[in-house]
Design a protein around this ligand. Structure first.
Ligand SMILES: O=P(O)(O)OC[C@H]1O[C@](O)(CO)[C@@H](O)[C@@H]1O
Ligand SMILES: [Fe+2]
Length: 185
């Protein structure tokens, strides 16, 4: 029971699923991840319908609205293409100086970061890890574990996504499974 002044929230993430009015769901399958993985031979032989990650987002204002704030919940399935872990496409922001927060909720992963000089570094992601991604830094997440990796994200509504730069030139380093150890090469 709540009083008139104390209402229930309108958004939830129950069991990792973002629910509420205005929540949008998207899936990324192997067929959507052209140019992401290095081993094109194995990629070509992988079932194109294989689910790699799912994103649910709450986008309360139109994209581009200054001052607006977005929320996303991403689940990356465990898996590999060759020796490379299932991962997100990765992007710079279209308004490149816009920052973002990511935080680990479930599972194990690595956040891979790259600045405009193509210098790459990475942070371990785990339940409770918090990652501040400054503006001008491209970001991508890989699931390095054997379970689902779930992470939250919040970013400005006017940030936008520049996927093209990463699609064309990739990250300068790749995260691979080297004898069972996630290694940047
Ligand atoms: O947009 P990508 O690179 O596919 O990665 C997915 C995640 O990144 C976001 O685009 C936010 O940076 C979210 O929608 C989601 O959390
Ligand atoms: Fe982003």
């Amino acid at each position: 029971m709540t009083s008139a002044a104390v209402s229930n929230p309108t958004l939830f993430f129950n069991g990792g699923i973002l629910q509420g009015e205005g929540v949008e769901h998207a899936t990324r399958r192997i067929k959507d991840l052209d140019n992401v993985f290095q081993d094109t031979k194995v990629f070509g032989k992988t079932d194109p319908e294989t689910l790699v990650y799912e994103v649910s987002s709450f986008l309360p204002v139109a994209e581009g609205t200054p001052g607006g704030l977005y929320f996303g919940l991403t689940h990356i399935h465990p898996g590999k293409v060759g020796n490379e872990y299932f991962m997100t496409k990765g992007h710079f922001h279209a308004l490149i100086d816009r920052a973002e927060y990511y935080w680990g909720i479930k599972g194990e992963g690595v956040l891979i970061l790259m600045n405009e000089n193509r210098e790459v570094w990475a942070e371990r992601m785990f339940p409770g890890s918090l990652h501040f991604i400054p503006g001008r830094v491209a970001h991508r997440v890989a699931n390095t574990g054997s379970q689902l990796l779930s992470f939250g994200a919040s970013w400005p509504a006017d940030a936008g996504h520049n996927y093209e730069e990463i699609r064309k030139n990739g990250f300068a380093r790749r995260l691979i499974d080297k004898n069972g150890i996630p290694t940047l090469i």
